[in-house]
Design a protein around this ligand. Structure first.
Ligand code: 26Q
Length: 794
């Protein structure tokens, strides 16, 4: 076991790796497997994080700093080894060590399983924020669930998605420290007695939350924060009485019930009908986190009314929104604060980030379920709702409606700041879903446009481009990304353009090898066009594949024509129960099979859909991309963050005025962005036009022909649900946006024919994307929401 280790084994990193190999894993260098090397390296790197980590904690205590607590059901971390090595500046040393032994550091680092404890954008944002909070020196904890199984693994069988359980913990997880002393009992159900004003809740079921800590180190190891994930364990391991009575399965039941809570991540990125286990997960990790937060505060301070001076709690969407009532319960019922003061104190601590306006994705729980599982919380919610109605008598009660507790309004009411994640999205929050609450609390909603960490998404993922940038402008850009502006003049420098294009070309060659090895050979000189994200009707992968079909048909009409050869790359998973999204996947694969086998167009067009898109695959695809597809129906994508990663890595966006695309276009320049489609307002209006889809199809022969090809069986099955939807109700306006998308795509091809001009635009995208660093986003949260200050060690 790791406990037997000597602290900071090894004088040098090489010694450390070799000694861990020997003493932590019992292997000698001759017989070590790739995994042995990877684990030994991970321990050696981890050792080097521990001192800055302790120093950060000590500095926070010494300076009585305010701590930020980021509560999130999801942390889509990906691999940690490369990130930590990059941030500690040890990459060259590690490469040298393995090269000297005839081993490949990249292969060893890629042996690490992806920690896929999230579905998509929201979870990845949380991971970028953790790294940025460490880089800027903001004292912070991430709190979440240590799912035994992360997001399912995707494979394709005859073009259809198959899901298999993910099992990242089956191997030694090198980064975490178990904290058996940090445990809390979390109750569910039972009864409430109210002898006076304060209530006594007696739960009928209890599970234990046990903490596991992962240090997250920032750039240059100046600071490290903690990601604390909770694992559910039973209060009594085993019912010996039942076992002795011969009930062997029953004896293990309490254990199974408890462990179920942290067993698996819900594989849905929109809310479906309220599941009891989901609510239990939400309360489980929120309650454990709050107990831990209050305990840490009380270790340092005596007066709970000062809680909000020292504690900021950010709710990543409504998933932890029960934090409002739970904090009120702790302060009032357990600590004796007056009810109204408890509400005020909780509100002063809490901030709420909204990530979606899709009505089906707004969380709600039936009053019956809430009262059954969390009886005291239901009472508190009723009281908060009533107080709110009383304070604003002309308004109807907002939290409880139609027999449901609406978590958005609950989070809004219990937070002192509520934020959207892009300028457009925040505006729509004010005007639509939260319009009434915004009138009552006009200063509460603020915008915090998302960002991405440049360490992972440029420095680590794209060493060719980041090396070129550093040679040109130095390495100050790594934690001050706006310095990339210094590249702007180089867009007109032919030699720099050549180097920039060569880096892209080499990344494309790597990706071509990868895709070829997985059954889709592609030409690295073709245009690489990429759409990677969860599969969703509103993200409109079907718009992209329809356009691909139309392009294939046009090429087939004239295979000797002057076409731009291209590879259309798709990546993404569909929620297992999302039938339409799974149809889209099947259609893409069906089109790929036909198009890739066509001898007439084989030199012009390929469709690639590598399975099991995840953070690590994104790190391969984004540096090799030339075109970034961001084609959601305007008004539906809250922000997007992939769009930022592409722009930073020099892919040109073809996209709608949606989410952060609007801000990207403004910053990189309209002339360096391929815009198409209706605006959010126009989209709303168009839905009111009778037979809008039919009219659009009638006016667009390319679309009509593509739909006909699907209907007549060109791609095997006929995909009636997709053709029927696009030509019928078409809520997401695929038909109405198609013609303009076709136009913009052809303009993009024309631009690509001018290689120097294209590279110039790509460089300007890189040079002008610095604002999208999550360091900027975090500093804005610190100033606008958390009132928190950076601290430095020593
Ligand atoms: C809720 C209840 C039950 C089951 C699942 C869920 C659930 C899980 C995940 C609901 C939503 C999510 C994730 C949402 C998400 O990823 N939203 C994205 O957030 C990004 C970061 O702000 C934005 O860039 C994207 O635009 C937004 O779609």
């Amino acid at each position: 076991m790791k406990d037997a280790r000597v602290p900071l084994i090894g004088e040098t990193l090489s010694d450390a790796i070799l000694q861990h190999l020997k003493y932590s894993f019992g292997k000698d260098a001759e017989h070590a497997t790739v995994t042995d090397w990877r684990l030994a390296l991970s321990y050696a790197i981890r050792d080097r994080i521990v001192d800055p980590w302790f120093a950060s904690t000590r500095a926070t205590y010494a300076q009585h700093g305010k701590r930020v607590y980021y509560l999130s059901m999801e942390f889509l971390i990906g691999r940690l080894l490369e990130d930590a090595t990059v941030n500690l500046g040890l990459m060259d040393e590690v490469r040298g060590f393995f090269e000297g032994r005839g081993l490949d550091a990249t292969e060893i680092m890629q042996d690490e399983p992806d920690a896929a404890l999230g579905n998509g954008g929201l979870g990845r944002l949380a991971a970028c924020f953790l790294e940025s909070m460490s880089t800027v020196g903001c004292p912070a904890y991430g709190y979440g669930i240590r799912y035994e199984h992360g997001l399912f693994k995707q494979s394709f069988e005859r073009g259809r998605q198959i899901e298999a359980p993910e099992d990242w913990l089956s191997q030694t997880h090198a980064w975490e420290f178990e904290r058996p002393e940090s445990v809390y009992r979390i109750g569910f159900g039972g009864s409430v007695e109210t002898p006076g004003d304060r209530a006594v809740w007696t739960p009928s079921e209890t599970v234990v939350a046990e903490a596991y800590d992962t240090p997250i180190v920032g750039w240059q190891g100046r600071w490290a924060n903690t990601l604390r994930l909770w694992s559910a364990t039973p209060e009594t391991v085993f019912d010996l009485g039942r076992f002795n009575a011969g009930d062997y399965y029953g004896a293990a039941e309490p254990e199974n019930l408890a462990r179920t809570i942290s067993r698996v991540l819900y594989p849905d990125d929109t809310t479906e009908e309220g599941k009891r286990l989901r609510l239990k997960q939400e309360f489980f990790f929120t309650a454990a986190s709050l107990r831990d937060i209050v305990r840490r505060f009380e270790d340092e301070y005596a007066d709970l009314s000062l809680l909000s001076d020292k504690v900021a709690i950010q709710l990543n969407d409504t998933h932890p929104a029960i934090a409002g009532p739970e904090l009120v319960r702790i302060l009032h019922d357990e600590k004796g604060m007056a009810f109204d003061a408890a509400v005020e104190t909780a509100r002063a601590c809490l901030g709420y980030t909204n990530h979606t306006l899709l009505p089906e994705a707004l969380e709600r729980w039936s009053v019956g379920l809430m009262a059954d599982l969390l009886p005291r919380h239901m009472q508190i919610i009723e009281r908060i709702d009533a107080a709110h109605a009383e304070a604003h008598p002309d308004r109807r009660a907002v939290i409880i409606g139609d027999g449901d507790v609406q978590m958005g309004p609950l989070a809004f009411t219990m937070a002192h700041r509520v934020n959207g994640v892009s300028a457009l999205h925040t505006g729509l929050m004010r005007d639509t879903v939260f319009a009434e609450l915004n009138r009552l609390h006009p200063d509460r909603i603020v915008n915090e446009t998302n960002g991405i960490t440049p360490r992972r998404w440029l420095l680590g993922a794209n060493p060719r481009l980041s090396g070129l940038i550093t040679r040109a402008i130095g390495d100050g850009w790594v934690d001050d990304l706006e310095q990339l502006q210094k590249l702007e003049p180089l867009a007109d420098d032919a030699a720099f353009r050549e180097d920039y294009a060569a880096a892209k070309r080499a990344n494309k060659a790597d990706l071509a090898d990868y895709l070829g090895a997985r059954g889709t050979p592609v030409d690295p000189d073709a245009l690489f066009d990429v759409q990677i994200k969860r599969i969703h009707e509103y993200k409109r992968q079907h718009l992209n594949i329809l356009q691909t079909i139309a392009l294939w048909q046009a090429m087939k009409d004239d295979p000797q024509g002057d076409w731009v050869p291209q590879v259309k790359i798709f990546g993404g998973k569909a929620a297992p129960g999302y039938v339409f999204a799974k149809e889209i996947i099947h259609l893409i694969n069906a089109v790929a099979e036909v198009v890739n086998a066509d001898p007439d167009t084989g030199h012009l067009l390929r469709v690639a859909y590598p399975a099991n898109y995840n953070v690590s695959l994104a790190e391969k695809l984004i540096p090799a991309a030339e075109v970034s597809q961001q084609v959601s129906t305007a008004g539906k994508e809250a922000s997007g963050t992939g769009n930022m990663k592409f722009a930073l890595n020099g892919a040109l966006t073809i996209g709608t005025l949606d989410g952060a695309n609007v801000e990207i276009r403004k910053l990189v320049g309209a002339e360096n962005f391929f815009l198409f489609g209706m605006t959010a307002d126009e989209a709303v209006e168009r839905r009111g036009v009778a037979d809008h889809a039919g009219r659009a199809i009638a006016a667009c022969p390319e679309l009509a022909r593509a739909l006909d090809a699907i209907r007549d069986g060109t791609f095997g099955e006929r995909f009636e649900s997709i053709t029927g939807n696009v030509s019928g109700a078409d809520y997401f306006l695929v038909a109405s946006d198609f013609a303009d998308y076709w136009r913009a795509s052809r303009e993009l091809e024309a631009a690509r024919r001018d290689a120097a001009g294209w590279t110039r635009m790509a460089i300007l995208n890189t040079a002008r994307s610095g604002w999208f660093s999550s360091d900027r986003t975090i500093r804005d949260y610190m100033a606008d929401i958390w009132d928190a200050r950076a601290i430095s060690v020593g």
